[in-house]
Design a protein around this ligand. Structure first.
Ligand SMILES: Cc1cc2nc3c(=O)[nH]c(=O)nc-3n(C[C@H](O)[C@H](O)[C@H](O)COP(=O)(O)OP(=O)(O)OC[C@H]3O[C@@H](n4cnc5c(N)ncnc54)[C@H](O)[C@@H]3O)c2cc1C
Length: 399
């Protein structure tokens, strides 16, 4: 069976590895000419690292990443600690969820995953432009490349997925009405920041700041400063637009000095629109099926986009084992049924988190305090998930 994966992002690479674990080979077609996205970071939670451990990557990742000491919620203005939960402290997170929480440079993650998949499996400079369905598979058309036949094509091509267009007839990602300034700053330059080795949410009016340490010694801090608006996104073709430092500061006027320092040290000059995939009526059509952001791009407030892409990959790999034209429809429907509810629930919960993080209404603070104190219990269902045990039919690959 010829399996084509479109997109060598986190979902696509995880799928190639999960398939190999089950004795299946695939070719990954990637539009970019190299793999690394410089200047970005990712937080991997236990539901993702559990799978990466099974795929044999965890030791390499641990050498390049750091576990946050605590999860801390702070008042954006005063910097007061509103709630705190130990993570690497007391080994609390791993004891609870059975796998670590890691902050890592995205380029490092892709390097480790890409090296494990192997250059011979990844066809770079292959931009998919069209899918032609035939009775027994698909013909994939690329810019300036020969067409390629596949029995199955997996759309791991992200939030602006071409494969999703084919599957759904053109369902577009939608702008969430919120946007973000991002940056990575050496920890040594953040003198105003308390607890730089923790993962922290600073909460305020119409905005919040999330940051966590990345790299082997936590030598850098990755931040993600979210603001409401603009009401409509100014670009039709890009989700990144130029911005000024003054605009970024304006979103956090009168906040704690640590916030201004982060924005300044990163010399913020861009703004990212946050886009989500609207609920899709179907995730598959004939031999084409979707994973990751192509199926369910979500607001990043639970840090679950990449982690749920890894979950998708592991479950879909199980469905592709012994796939035939006769059982294909049933397998893809089963995959979709297993993944749809969970990813929708996380998508909705990320919207709720946005509202909770941006609320400072009078009288709401006690309620918020109670909510923040219960966060580990409330979101244990996200981190405790084990993709290999959700379907009795899936034969778990031995660890
Ligand atoms: C600012 C920000 C911070 C985030 N932080 C976190 C976090 O901490 N934790 C977390 O879990 N998630 C996070 N996410 C979400 C996460 O980045 C995505 O959900 C995740 O990368 C999705 O993986 P994917 O494989 O589906 O898509 P992507 O990683 O977007 O990969 C898609 C790939 O497909 C390729 N491609 C696209 N179109 C084509 C085509 N036509 N032909 C060939 N190749 C194509 C692209 O070049 C790309 O390599 C964050 C997202 C943002 C925007």
């Amino acid at each position: 069976m010829k399996i084509a994966i479109i997109g060598a992002g986190i979902g696509g690479l995880a799928l190639a590895l999960a398939l190999r674990e089950r004795g299946l080979e695939a070719t990954v077609f990637e539009q970019a000419s190299r793999l690394t996205e410089i200047g970005a970071a990712i937080a991997l939670s236990a539901n993702g690292t559990r799978e990466l451990r099974r795929l044999g990557l965890l030791d390499d990742l641990l050498a390049l990443a750091i576990e946050p000491t605590e999860l801390i919620y702070r008042d954006g203005m005063t910097g007061d600690r509103l709630a705190a939960h130990p993570m690497s402290l007391e080994h609390a997170y791993q004891d609870r969820f059975g796998a670590p929480y890691l902050g890592i440079h995205r380029a490092d993650l892709q390097k480790v995953m890409g090296a494990a998949v192997g250059v011979e499996t990844i066809a770079l400079d292959h931009r998919l432009t069209r899918i032609e369905e035939s009775a027994d598979g698909v013909m994939l058309h690329f810019t300036d490349r020969d067409p390629v036949f596949a029995d199955v094509v997996v759309g791991a091509d992200g939030v602006r997925s071409m494969v999703r267009d084919h599957v759904t007839g053109g369902r577009q990602a939608v702008y969430s009405g919120t946007s973000a300034y991002r940056g990575i700053v050496p920890t040594s330059r953040l003198s105003a920041l308390p607890d730089p080795q923790a993962i922290q949410f600073w909460i305020g009016e119409n905005a919040h700041m999330l940051h966590y340490a990345i790299g082997p010694e936590g030598g850098d801090v990755n931040f993600f400063a979210v603001v409401e608006g603009p009401t409509t996104w100014p670009s039709e073709t890009s989700w990144v637009v130029p911005a000024t430092l003054a605009e970024a500061h304006a979103g956090f006027a009168r906040w704690h000095p640590a916030i201004a320092q982060m924005l300044e040290e990163a010399a913020v000059d861009k703004r990212w629109g946050l886009f989500v995939t609207p609920p899709l009526r179907q995730w598959h059509k004939g031999p084409a099926v979707l994973i990751g952001d192509a199926a369910h791009a979500m607001l990043p407030h639970h840090g679950q986009g990449a982690n749920t892409s890894i979950e998708d990959a592991c479950i879909l790999a199980g469905m592709l084992e012994d796939l035939t034209p006769l059982n294909r429809e049933e397998r893809f429907a089963r995959y979709e049924a297993l993944r749809r509810l969970r990813t929708r629930k996380i998508q909705r919960s990320a919207w709720d988190a946005n509202a909770a993080l941006h609320t400072v209404a009078a009288g709401a603070s006690k309620r918020r305090q109670a909510t923040l104190a219960r966060f580990p219990e409330r979101f244990a269902w996200i981190h405790g998930y084990d993709a290999r045990t959700v379907d009795g039919r899936l034969d778990p690959v031995p660890e």
